[in-house]
Design a protein around this ligand. Structure first.
Ligand code: NDP
Length: 433
């Protein structure tokens, strides 16, 4: 705490992992002897930089840029960039720390990192977003590379931003290095399924959790928070599997649509028009917008928090349990507070933590890197099959590890221990570095 003052989200993420590690440290004292815990929460490198740019009114704007290269024991640093006004070092470090274990758990050869800026793309013109991205990359390019550090998107960073960032990287370095960024457009080095992967993966994870109790999503009521990249494709996949998604949200409120969220209309409003969920409600007969209150008040069998950190707190968890929720799978990173996780698990709810349930995005980014390295592009069906296999593997690894360490059904413990041991073993093998 003294080394990282004020970084509350980072402290929360570290505590949540360390709370699971007691049994593994007792079984394997070498991790303690080699100070693996102290090493694993100290990033290998952190870069903080000024991002100056000129807005449409001709005013100079200054934002702060970050890249935290957390751990490269398993492969190049890998993790997204977040553009949101709430971004500061504590958020980037929490996301980077989570990413290390998530990437390890995915079974793919990638290390963990994260970055971003306190720049807010909402309400900015395309030209402003481009100038910002070009300035951001003018510093970031020194630190990244296909064998070094491979950023991707996250909140506020979608295909448009990745395009501007990649364009500037290409221009500065004079290299068409496709593998330096993931989340690219299909015609310029991207992978099919990457856009859908995190949301699809979270739903596949929820379905596999339900299968352990001989249940399924088919016919279930589903509530999804958010309406961005992860939420949109979680809604689409839940619908494909027979779920009825009755609500989604953004920071202006939530929309209830008992007929089932119309994904095509949602995409038109959010992706094309960059509108709000209220615009969806206004155009969809029978849908209603709720501006005050919690989306978790809407009765659901399956809840998928896909918006932001700490959005599902203890009162929300109580309400979900009272309404009979069966499963919660985290599409977002750390959306459920520790007290809410405890409450849900104590009530017997299947709970899939983000580092397992939302790993489909980064796993498909790793598939994008494979395609770039071999200058190939795979079909949608083949890539989706690889995603499904990866999610099944992650699920089963959580279950087996939880069994092995005496806590059957505890996906949090299973994910943390399985993610930790792989990266810790690699760190031991590489010596004190
Ligand atoms: P987007 O920017 O595409 O969407 C974020 C969505 O969450 C928006 O609808 C946003 O609404 C909403 N939101 C943000 N804050 C709040 C809030 N306080 N209350 C209600 N809604 C809110 O981001 P992504 O979908 O990419 O990311 C969502 C989460 O998933 C993040 O935690 C991210 O780290 C995680 N994640 C993303 C991955 C990816 O592949 N994209 C991979 C793994 C995890 P508004 O527009 O009003 O701000």
């Amino acid at each position: 705490l003294r080394r990282n003052p004020g970084e509350v989200e980072f402290h929360q993420a570290v505590r949540e992992v360390f709370d699971s590690l007691g049994p593994v440290l007792r079984k394997h004292p070498m991790y303690t002897e080699a100070a693996v815990l102290a090493r694993v929460c100290e990033p290998e490198r952190q870069v903080i930089f000024r991002v100056p740019w000129v807005d449409d009114a001709g005013q100079v704007q200054i934002n702060r840029g970050f890249r935290v290269e957390f751990n490269s024991a398993l492969g190049p640093f890998k993790g997204g960039l977040r553009f949101h006004p709430s971004v500061y070092l504590g958020i980037v470090k929490f996301l980077g720390f989570e990413q290390v274990f998530k990437n390890s758990l995915s079974g793919l050869p990638i290390g963990g990192g994260k970055g971003g800026s306190d720049f807010d793309p909402r309400g900015r013109s395309d030209g402003e977003v481009m100038r910002f991205c070009q300035s951001f990359m003018t510093e970031l390019y020194r630190h990244i590379g296909e064998h070094t550090d491979v950023p991707a998107g996250d909140t506020g960073v979608g295909r448009r931003e990745i395009g501007y960032l990649f364009g500037q990287y290409k221009r500065i370095t004079n290299r068409y290095e496709s593998g330096v960024l993931t989340g690219k457009g299909i015609s310029w080095g991207g992978s099919l399924v990457r856009t859908e992967a995190t949301g699809f993966g979270a739903v596949l994870f929820a379905e596999r959790m339900l299968e352990t109790r001989r249940e399924a999503l088919d016919g279930r009521r589903v509530v999804v928070s958010g309406s961005g990249n992860v939420a949109t494709y979680a809604i689409a996949k839940a619908r494909d599997l027979g779920g009825q998604v009755v609500a989604c949200s953004d920071s202006s409120g939530y929309v209830v649509d008992e007929a089932g969220i119309d994904v095509e209309l949602l995409r038109q409003v959010k992706e094309v028009e960059r509108g709000r969920v209220g615009d969806y409600a206004a155009r969809r007969p029978g849908a209603r917008l709720v501006e005050d209150g919690s989306i978790w008040d809407v009765p659901a069998d399956v809840a998928l928090p896909c918006a932001t950190q700490n959005e599902l707190d203890e009162p929300a968890a109580k309400q979900l349990v009272a309404n009979g929720v069966v499963a919660v799978a985290e599409g977002a990173n750390m959306p459920t507070t520790p007290a809410a996780v405890e409450l849900l698990q104590a009530a017997g709810v299947l709970f899939g933590p983000g580092k397992a349930a939302n790993a489909g995005g980064v796993a498909t980014s790793a598939l994008e890197m494979q395609q770039n390295a071999s200058r190939d592009s795979w079909t949608f069906e083949y890539t989706e099959e690889r995603l499904a296999q990866t999610m099944a593997g992650i699920h089963d690894r959580c279950v087996e590890t939880a069994d092995e360490y005496g806590s059957p059904g505890d996906y949090v413990l299973g994910a943390n221990i399985a993610g930790f041991t792989k990266v810790a073993d690699a760190m031991l093998a590489l010596g004190v570095i």
